[in-house]
Design a protein around this ligand. Structure first.
Ligand code: ATP
Ligand code: MG
Length: 434
């Protein structure tokens, strides 16, 4: 096994590993070359959490996505007809994008690119930053081969964000926002020439050419960032927040609220998915200081979907019910609190952590996130198998839940006081005889 395949295996969760194997098998079956790319490679090589899988296929990616989805019970969430890519949600909650290797030509800044199929090498030269333009071959003949034509690995080591070409920011100005978001997320520096490109682009006001659909997509990306408040602050400092709404830039932002949200998000233990709908939660705090009129303008200007508006505007009322449940004196044991919270939508849990003024509610949520959830993770499939339940059956799920609840309520074992160790036995004296 190549070093990179070994590295990949050790970074993937077992669900992600299964998805990589399934997609790879389907590509081989369809005689298509397939690579892991984008954020997946950056995060694997940079040692960051690998949140989703980015696949690039030399050929019809959307068809491949549909075939794999059918075979594995995954769901194709959306397809991009211009870029020929599909977002897929696999069983086990694994998110993946399967995209066609492509060349993009921009007739002018921010215009819809002309897209044509390309080789992986051509594709990597059309990406935004060097650290995002690395590929790992999953093909039988070259499995484990790393393609890094722009020396992204070097930039990962230097912790630098560098554009792939001199035209990167000019062609597709949403990359200005991506640059700032990655800077905050990864705590990387912007390389000198890239900074000059950024300044030139800003002087030419290229940010005003970002299409509305790209702005909305970027807002959705920002909503998912655990340090969303820092991203918003940087956008504000860079005078880019007004792209989303003039009212947001007019001093009506509530940075304290966003900071509380950020703190709450960071309390979720690494690698545990509590199923949040991030957009409604984020927009609640982003737009908290706006008047009703400004909110309506913002909603329209940004083009939020009906579902997102609903999630945002009903969040407070829905969370109130959960708050009431959490205040109940009936919740006496950890398992009672766990049961309530693991059934609640994650965005309501985080909303209350950031917004509730009830001490008890805070304490219970904090215990849930920081003690009960990590403890529940310690219950393994093997433990559940030992109960006799068969994997994949409702009984298996139930048995796991029972084991978790019992574990949470078990009194912590008393640690016996350290026994004083007797010193080494004295060496026997050799009595002289006689
Ligand atoms: P995240 O962890 O937020 O998903 P990511 O780098 O994977 O980060 P995506 O938006 O999922 O970001 O995009 C996947 C990859 O597609 C990127 O890493 C990059 O290589 C490429 N990409 C995405 N958007 C652009 C863009 N506007 N211009 C050029 N390349 C892009
Ligand atoms: Mg990605």
């Amino acid at each position: 096994m190549s070093d990179y395949m070994f590295m990949l295996e050790s970074h993937l969760s077992s669900d992600q590993s299964r998805v990589v194997a399934e997609v790879q098998a389907a590509a081989t079956h369809a005689n298509l070359n397939i690579f892991l790319t984008g954020g997946t490679m950056r995060d694997m090589l940079g040692g960051f959490p690998m949140l989703e899988l980015d696949f690039t296929v030399e050929g019809n990616a959307v068809k491949l996505a549909q075939t794999v989805a059918k075979k594995t019970g995954a769901k194709v969430l959306e397809t991009d007809d211009n870029r020929k890519s599909a977002k897929v949600l696999f069983p086990g909650g694994v998110h993946a994008t399967i995209g066609m290797a492509r060349q993009e030509k921009y007739p002018k800044p921010g215009a819809k690119p002309a897209v044509k199929p390309a080789t992986i090498h051509e594709d990597l030269r059309c990406r935004d930053f060097t650290i995002n333009s690395i590929a790992l071959s999953l093909n039988p003949a070259s499995r484990g081969l790393l393609l890094d034509p722009n020396n992204g690995v070097g930039d990962l080591e230097r912790k630098e964000l560098r554009t792939v070409t001199n035209y990167t920011l000019y062609d597709d100005p949403v990359r200005l926002l991506r640059l700032l978001r990655f800077k905050v997320r990864l705590s990387f520096n912007i390389e000198e020439r890239t900074k000059m490109q950024y300044d030139n682009a800003r002087e030419a006001q290229l940010e005003t050419r970002i299409p509305q659909s790209d702005l909305l997509e970027e807002l959705r990306h920002t909503a998912k960032e655990p340090n969303c408040a820092d991203v918003v602050r940087l956008l504000q400092d860079e005078k880019l927040l007004q792209l989303f709404s003039a009212a947001l830039a007019g001093g009506k932002l509530n940075p304290a609220g966003l900071q509380k949200l950020q703190k709450a998000r960071q309390m979720v233990p690494f690698g545990i998915d509590i199923h949040i709908e991030p957009m409604g939660l984020f927009i609640y705090f982003l737009a908290e200081g706006l008047s009703a009129k400004d909110r309506a303008t913002f909603t329209k200007q940004v083009g939020l979907s009906r579902k997102e508006v609903d999630q945002w505007q009903k969040l407070e009322a829905k969370s109130k019910k959960l708050e009431k449940e959490l205040k109940s004196a009936k919740l006496q044991k950890p398992s009672h609190v766990y049961r309530v919270l693991c059934q609640a939508p994650g965005d309501q849990v985080l909303f209350l952590l950031a917004h509730s003024s009830e001490r008890l509610v805070h304490d219970r949520i904090r215990n849930y996130l920081q003690k009960y959830l990590p403890s529940a993770q310690e219950v393994t499939d093997r433990d559940v198998l030992a109960t006799g339940a068969r994997p994949g059956t409702p009984k298996f799920q139930k048995a796991r839940e029972e084991l978790i609840l019992t574990k949470l309520d078990a009194r912590p074992k008393k640690v016996p006081p350290p026994v004083e160790q007797p010193g080494p036995a004295p060496a026997p004296a050799f009595a002289r005889k006689g």
